[in-house]
Ligand binder design. Sequence first.
Ligand code: CP3
Length: 343
Amino acid sequence: MTKSLLSVLNGDRQPTPPIWMMRQAGRYLPEYRAVRAEAGSFLNLCFNPAKAAEVTLQPIKRFGFDGAILFSDILVVPHALGQHVTFEAGEGPRLDPIADREGLKRLGDDLDPAIVEPVYETVRQVKAGLPADVTLLGFCGAPWTVATYMIAGRGGEDQAAARLFAYRDSQGFGQLIDRLVEASVTYLLGQIRAGVDAVQIFDTWAGVLPAPEFRRWCVEPVARIIAGVKQAAPSVPVIVFPKGAGFRLKMTVDHAGADAVGLDWTADADFVRREIQPKVAVQGNIDPLALLAGGDALDRAIDQALSDYAGGRYVFNLGHGILPPTPIGHVERMIERVRGWRP
Ligand code: CP3
């Protein structure tokens, strides 16, 4: 049986674009909230293979998506390097901030196997329960985005702490990025060995940097991760999602070695069709707020994305993660419209 998502990532066009959603296992689903409540904390859920596999499969069972994404979090990597991570209900992640080069000494050299092994076990369990035509995606955060949380100790709007660290001590910042490149290669290869078909690198905060810093801290580290993954696993496609990159997406496509790129909802369709889609598959880019709103706004957004991108190699998705208050009926309508689409 063919996996249509995997075939697009490998360079084919599918007449009906495969569909999945970032954050598809999450709080908008009652069955997710139930398992999440049983698990206690969010991280307990991430590190409990049976429960994490169950929530990974929930959106596949309910909606029949073409892709399943491993249920975990990008902050598992700093956690496994020895930086304590917690998630406060309603407030997001909290880490013990790394203020300067001295703070880097607190990090271990290697990923703690006791922390990453349960994630690989989740992959094995998902694989065992997944329909044969569904593509299983692994993931990690891009070094820049992960570093912003490690340095600030929390999420934020402008990533000021990491930008300032990188300007004040670019060598020290480079050491942190190097550590994350190495850890990310190990982590992705662990997921690949456990059975994922493809991987996505999330660079959620790529859009806040000036061009030279975007090249140095976003594109180059991601290129090194992809080179490391491809060396050991040349046939596994890699998706890069540099959110907010705009026209700099071309830099990612020309220099990172990705097989596909994620688009956020602000992407310029003419630019993407001219400069990006001839080189790699594209994925995206419904505004999560249009999905939340539903109705005509959602129908228009879906039709626009299909007419913009479905003529080429295209994976239908959102431009960022689904929002917790999104009605399930809107997701069902979106899937029906995409699957019923004829050019
Ligand atoms: O996409 C999926 O369904 C797979 C699982 C996944 C999660 N996080 C689960 C999650 C993936 C791929 C991520 C990636 C992630 N995590 C990113 C990059 C993509 C993005 O969304 O920008 C980032 C920046 C993080 C860090 C993170 N994790 C934050 C800032 C938060 C808190 C914000 C929030 O939505 O509460 C999380 C928590 C988180 N990760 C939740 C889920 C389902 C919600 C926590 C809960 O259920 O209590």
